[in-house]
Design a protein around this ligand. Sequence first.
Ligand SMILES: NC(=O)c1ccc[n+]([C@@H]2O[C@H](COP(=O)([O-])OP(=O)(O)OC[C@H]3O[C@@H](n4cnc5c(N)ncnc54)[C@H](OP(=O)(O)O)[C@@H]3O)[C@@H](O)[C@H]2O)c1
Length: 334
Amino acid sequence: MINPIYSPAADRYESGIRFRRCGRSGIRLPEISLGFWHNFGDVNPLANSLEMAHYAFDHGIVHFDLANNYGPSYGSAEETFGVMMKKSFAPYRHELFISTKAGYDMWPGPYGEWGSRKYLMTSLDQSLKRMNLDYVDLFYSHRFDPQTPLEETMQALVDIVRAGKALYVGISNYPTKAAAFAYEYLKERDVPCLIYQGRYNILNREPETQGILDQAKENGVGFIAFSPLAQGLLTDRYLDGIPADSRMAKEHFLKSSTLTPQMYTALVKLNEVAARRGQSLAEMALAWCLKDDRVTSVIVGASKVSQLENDFKALENITFSEEELAEIDQIVFV
Ligand SMILES: NC(=O)c1ccc[n+]([C@@H]2O[C@H](COP(=O)([O-])OP(=O)(O)OC[C@H]3O[C@@H](n4cnc5c(N)ncnc54)[C@H](OP(=O)(O)O)[C@@H]3O)[C@@H](O)[C@H]2O)c1
């Protein structure tokens, strides 16, 4: 059979997607973005990864989030994306907003992780080759490095933009104090930080409690939530045991020990609140993040298109009554 050439949906910007301005910048991001952390590696069938990326683009989800070591194996999610560029997306490069990162372990030896200029610059060059790109739209320092002077890490970001290898830069998983320094350093050099990427969901409120959301807003920096479904906990995935094809069954990034009896009870109760709203638990969990205008976008992961279809439906209702919010808090903070 001859492979059909990908032809994106003509109504991709009219299918319900909305865009939010990212801090004080010219960029608007889709309320839902697609993450390549899991299910896009060389261990995963390309056809499925491609189907998910096509579904996303066909629905205006134009922001794809990657990192140097997403896979497995490390680098292979970027390679998969590189294949997608060739097969499907090259004619639409200008419509896509692609991010990658460096910060966690990527290769052995002293230059393969953290925040040195050596690591960030070398890693981005490798990422661009793997992804078949001339530039990324957004490059992140993936985590704060307490050993490297922050000036060195930030200056590497500035120079990466000046070299035309990234259009914007961001930070991820930075403590508030380091984020304050980063925002100031980058602003002074006319390369303002575009966005902060942090874990945020119904079960994990750290960006609220640690002031990250307010701080980003005050500095004109966007905020993008990763793991908004708590890696799948905040879905119907684990309401009936641990499915063999689930992330939890792999016992790596999401351990079955997370699913304590208390957690299970909370998930069942949250699912009941969602059902009363006419939503799945996944829809409600995404809507819960997006109810806050300090949040620019949520990055979802998925292992199949049907999940993305469901996640996309969250956009149909992102408002909550005071009673619903109080009930959710009561369930989570027993
Ligand atoms: N900056 C950082 O340090 C950092 C860290 C982590 C993630 N991220 C980014 O954030 C992205 C998302 O992270 P994540 O994958 O943990 O996000 P998530 O959206 O919280 O979890 C995704 C998982 O939830 C399940 N799922 C999704 N939609 C579902 C639905 N409608 N019904 C049932 N199950 C559903 C799937 O689990 P199964 O696979 O079990 O089917 C999917 O793999 C990553 O890809 C990455 O781009 C960044």
